[in-house]
Every structure is written in C-alpha cells, then in structure tokens.
Write a protein that binds this ligand. Structure first.
Ligand code: AMP
Length: 410
C-alpha cells in the first residue's frame, strides 16, 4: 500500500516541504511558506504542473504547518492527516551525538537544542519546524537527518584543531564537516556503480557552498568544512580557510566587531568578495569578457580545489578509485572541470575524455557519467547529488521500523 511522507526544511522564517508517495518515491507536491511572522507572509505550492501563490498572514511555524495541511487536504493530495506516515527534517548539526539519522524523541530534541550554539543560524528554525509538527501531528514519527552525521567517522587527528584541548572537551571545538547527506549519497551511489563497498573517493561538492570529502573504504576520513561551514574551499560568499589573525587585525583597522567580521566572512567574501558576483555563470561571463577580478576569483577557487584534492590523494596513498564532481558548479561548469582535470592529469594519471566532459551538464542530454577515458588510472565522474532522496530514504526506513517494532514515540 502506498504511504505518504513529508520532507521538511525549516528556516528561521520559512518552511519548505515536499510530500512523497512511498515506496514509489514519487513527489506529489512541494511548497514554500515564506516570511513567517511578518505581515507580508505568503506561500507557493507546486503540483500537477501548476504553481499556486497565496498571500496570508502566518504568525509562526505552527500556523505554517496547519496551513500546509489544510492545503494538502483541500487539493485532495491527502484524505486526512492520518495519511502522513512519517516526517523527515533536515538538521544542520548533530555534533558528536549522531553518526546516523534518528527518530526524534525528547532526548534527540533536547540534544538538537543544545547544539544551537554551533548552528545559531539554522537550529532555531529547524527546532520550530520539529516542535510545530509535533504539536499538529503528535503521533507521526519524525526523523532528523543531520548534515554532519556522515563525517563522524573521521579519525581524531583529522578532526582536532591545534588549540587548547579544553576548547574541545568543554566547548566542542573540532571539525564536524557539513554537506554530509550529499557526500553519503554520492558514496553509496559510487559503491553501486563500481560494485565495491570498500571504495576510495575524493568527492567534490562544488555549489554556492562547497566542500570536498576524502572517503577511504567507504567511510569519510577527512573533509574541508570545519566547526562551521566557513572553513575549507573558497565558496560563493564564504572565504574558506584564512589566517585567523586577520580577524583581530581587520577589527582594529576597520573598527568592526567579531560578529560583523564573521558575517562578512560568511556573506561577502569568497567569489563575491573578490569579484562582486557569487553566481558562477555570471563570473564566467565576466571573466570571458576580460574582467580581471572575475578571472582572479575563478583562478583562486580552482587552486583551492586542487590543493585539497592533492592533499586527499596523498592521504589515500594514491589509492583512489574516483574523483567525483557534484552540486551546481561541479555538475555544470564544463570549463572548470576541464581545467581542474588537466591540472591534475600528470600527477594522478587522469586522461580526460573531452567529448564526454563537454556533453555532461544539467542542460545536456547527459547529466552524469565518466569524464575520464577508460584507460585512465584515476577515474573522474560527474554525478548529480540528491540530498532530498537520502532524507526520504532514512525517514521511510526509520518510520517503518518504529511501526514494525510497535514502539511509541514518547
Ligand atoms: P548549488 O548551490 O549546488 O545550487 O549551485 C549553485 C551554483 O552552481 C551557482 O554558482 C551557479 O552559478 C552554478 N551553476 C549552475 N549552472 C551552471 C552552469 N551551467 N555553469 C556554471 N555554473 C553553474
């Protein structure tokens, strides 16, 4: 029998949702409630090839959930709330508590709350999403899927910073890594493509946020993002790794607070900081028209990607099954991929399949495939990521287990 599952991505003033029929994995509607708590709140629903937009005052997340359910019923997408068999939430930070997705109970919710200090921008909205679902649908299993979970297998020497040890013990200062749901999806997909569970990979998730993971024997042993998503690669608006002394220096020079500088490092640095644009397509256009700063920003980003690929190749002892490119830029920026592969080809023994590379992007008939030639020592592949599928899969499996074991959520 088909069952329906909701996937939720709650922000501080927004609620994004998709409803799926399982086990068929068919999405029947997705929607977005925006500006929750403002007097110009509104929402959009997309289903059956139509887009419906409505203005309505929505004071809080609980009201947003109620409006969403009303609409699902009014458009006959569910007969009643009892049709919903599980709810999956994307949660930013699982800290050291979680290396896998879990059913949300009181303890889990309290742990997510305690991690708000590590995810101050994301957790309040996510917690509001969980609590409001709990209020409106108290008997439906809720599942938390953490962006950090997949990276919990990193060895201690790779996740520690060389700062006083009590910063780790008392304040949780360590590398956690993010985009874990994407890195896990790609790892599982590659295990099935290469028919090898003990796979070694370098996964380049290059979107407006970007991170690279080093996978050994199917497990993450290192990743570029750190305590927060600010670390590692140069990104659309984030600086990536910098000398931390810059913070004190620029604070004095420009009379800025730590909060202001942190915000600039997250929102006005990276590609936009160097060249004034963070959309990679805009940057490529500018660079092609001779804009020196756009050329520099792309060059810097390429170098930062190459640096981590080289580091991880070394960490794997050269024992690498494939490099994977994924996310908006990785899946679509054909010229960037070509340049990266050419820079790595001599050392890593990669032979670029120029034609395959030219034909793979979201806008081509092929959206995935190998871009290295079959004789290449190291394989290179483009693979679209699918975080939503991972959240759905875990929500479905954990909700079913809960039901089968007849365990009460509370
Ligand atoms: P994401 O955050 O994964 O959605 O990725 C967004 C990034 O992908 C933006 O910087 C886009 O400019 C970039 N992107 C999307 N399509 C292309 C393309 N055809 N060529 C280059 N970059 C692209």
């Amino acid at each position: 029998m088909s069952e329906k599952y909701l996937i939720i991505n709650a922000g501080s003033s927004s609620l994004k949702f998709s409803l799926y029929v399982m086990p068929e994995q068919v999405e029947i509607i997705n929607g977005l409630v925006e500006k929750i708590g403002n007097n110009d709140s509104c929402y959009t629903l997309k289903f059956n090839n139509q887009k419906i937009e409505k203005d309505r005052i929505i004071n809080n997340h609980t009201e947003a959930v109620k409006v969403m359910l009303e609409e699902l019923i009014s458009y006959n997408l569910i007969d009643g709330v009892e049709d919903i068999k599980g709810i999956g939430h994307r949660v930013l930070h699982g800290g050291e508590f979680y290396s896998n997705s879990v059913i949300i109970d009181d303890d889990v919710l309290s742990n997510i709350k305690s991690l708000t200090k590590l995810g101050p921008l994301h957790h309040p909205g996510e917690i509001a999403g969980i609590e409001s679902m709990n209020e409106v649908l108290p008997t439906v299993p809720q599942v938390a899927v953490f962006d950090t979970a997949f990276h919990q297998t990193m060895p201690i020497e790779n996740y520690m910073y060389a700062v006083p040890y009590d910063w780790y013990e008392e304040n949780g200062v360590r590398k956690y890594g993010f985009h874990g749901t994407s890195h896990k999806y790609i790892t599982e997909k590659m295990q099935s493509i290469l028919n090898n569970d003990e796979i070694n990979l370098i996964i380049c998730h290059i979107g407006s946020g970007a991170s690279i993971s080093c996978i050994q024997n199917g497990k993450c042993i290192d990743t570029t993002m750190g305590l927060t998503p600010l670390d590692g690669l140069i990104m659309g608006t984030r600086s990536g790794t910098i000398d931390s002394s810059i913070i004190e220096y620029i604070s004095k020079e420009k009379n800025l607070s730590i909060e202001q500088i942190t915000s600039i490092l997250n929102k006005n640095s990276g590609l936009i900081g160097i060249a004034g644009k963070n959309d990679f397509r805009d940057l490529e256009n500018l660079a092609n028209n001779g804009d020196r700063k756009a050329q520099l920003a792309i060059q810097m980003m390429k170098k930062s990607i190459i640096k981590y690929i080289a580091q991880y190749y070394f960490e794997l002892g050269g024992n690498l099954d494939a490099i994977v490119f994924t996310a908006g830029i990785g899946e679509n920026a054909i010229n960037l991929r070509e340049d990266l592969v050419k820079s790595l080809s001599n050392i890593m023994g990669i032979e670029l399949d120029q034609e395959a590379n030219n034909n793979i992007s979201r806008y081509n008939s092929n959206q995935s495939g190998f871009i290295s030639k079959p004789e290449s020592k190291t394989k290179v592949i483009v693979l679209p990521t699918n975080e939503e599928y991972m959240i759905l899969k875990d929500t479905y499996n954990l909700s079913k287990q809960l039901k089968e074991k007849n365990i009460k959520r509370y």
